[in-house]
Design a protein around this ligand. Structure first.
Ligand code: ATP
Ligand code: MG
Length: 256
């Protein structure tokens, strides 16, 4: 059968330790290409740690080690020969607090492409327009691309940060860590709308403290608790007939 889903990321009994303390206790999970995986769970359950393992941002913490495997397109990203610089271009990340760079909207978007050597004005103009359109921000800023990015609203700055991630040509996976936590409902809806379009091209992992957001946009949902993956499945199943009582308690708001 040719329509078997493509596994973009596979974790095989993946463990992450900090100062010998396990923060992820052996995660086995397949992330399917061109779908949105929602990641939910209470504070301190390891959602951010999981996300930061996927582009090796956790490496920046002192005294860490991993066990097991984490494969991107079948390649072990923790293999000593794996190119981490290229990994971070392929696996981009959007954080909870939008921080535009202190430069124009235009320069915010082309910052990455310029660093990777793109110089032609026409090409840069094209990247700016494409990325801002894909981030659902273009119409609001197209007439003032030279204005400082810092003068945009929080919701607009978050979409500018998304555009900056989308401007990376090698991008394959988008990681988002509570990207809408400080945003109003309209900005939130624009990010969600952007994600549902972007999944045609990318694989998306969305950590959210808002279970309703996962229910709205995620195709699959993973529930984390105390560093364990309790269960992962189709979003509809996780929210209606989960296998584990703890998942049910969490999604129905009866947790803790
Ligand atoms: N730099 C660090 N050093 C030591 N422990 C850490 C560090 N970062 C996170 N932890 C611990 O790892 C565990 C998981 O934290 P993590 O930030 O991944 O949780 P989370 O699910 O993202 O929580 P939240 O919903 O609050 O963002 C927590 O017990 C936390 O205290
Ligand atoms: Mg977190």
């Amino acid at each position: 059968m040719s329509d078997a889903p493509t596994i973009k990321i596979a974790l095989k009994n993946f463990k992450f330790f900090q100062e010998r303390k396990p923060l992820l206790n052996g995660i086995t999970l397949d992330v399917v290409a061109n779908r949105i995986l929602g990641v939910i769970g209470p504070a301190g359950s390891g959602k951010t740690t999981f996300l930061r393992s996927l582009n090796r941002l956790n490496d920046l913490m002192p005294d860490t080690h991993i066990e097991g495997q984490l494969l991107l397109d079948g390649e072990d990203i923790y293999h000593p020969g794996f190119n981490v610089v290229s990994l971070r271009k392929r696996v981009g990340m959007l954080f909870a607090l939008p921080v535009a760079l202190p430069m124009s909207i235009y320069e915010n978007v082309v910052y990455g492409p310029r660093l990777s050597g793109i110089r032609k004005r026409e090409r840069l103009d094209q990247i700016v327009e494409q990325s801002l359109k894909a981030a659902f921000l273009w119409d609001e800023v197209k007439d003032r691309l030279q204005m400082s990015g810092l003068r945009l609203s929080g919701g607009q700055q978050q979409r500018l940060c998304l555009a900056r991630v989308l401007a990376m040509e090698e991008l394959e996976v988008i990681l988002l860590d509570e990207p809408c936590s400080g945003l109003d409902p309209i900005s939130t809806a624009k990010i969600e709308e952007a994600l549902t379009v972007l999944k045609q091209k990318y694989t998306i992992i969305l950590v959210t403290n808002n279970t309703k957001q996962a229910a709205r946009v995620a195709d699959d949902t993973a529930f984390f608790l105390l560093g364990d993956l309790i269960e992962c499945g189709k979003t509809e199943k996780i929210f209606t007939v989960p296998d584990d009582k703890r998942t049910n308690d969490y999604v129905t708001g009866r947790f803790g």
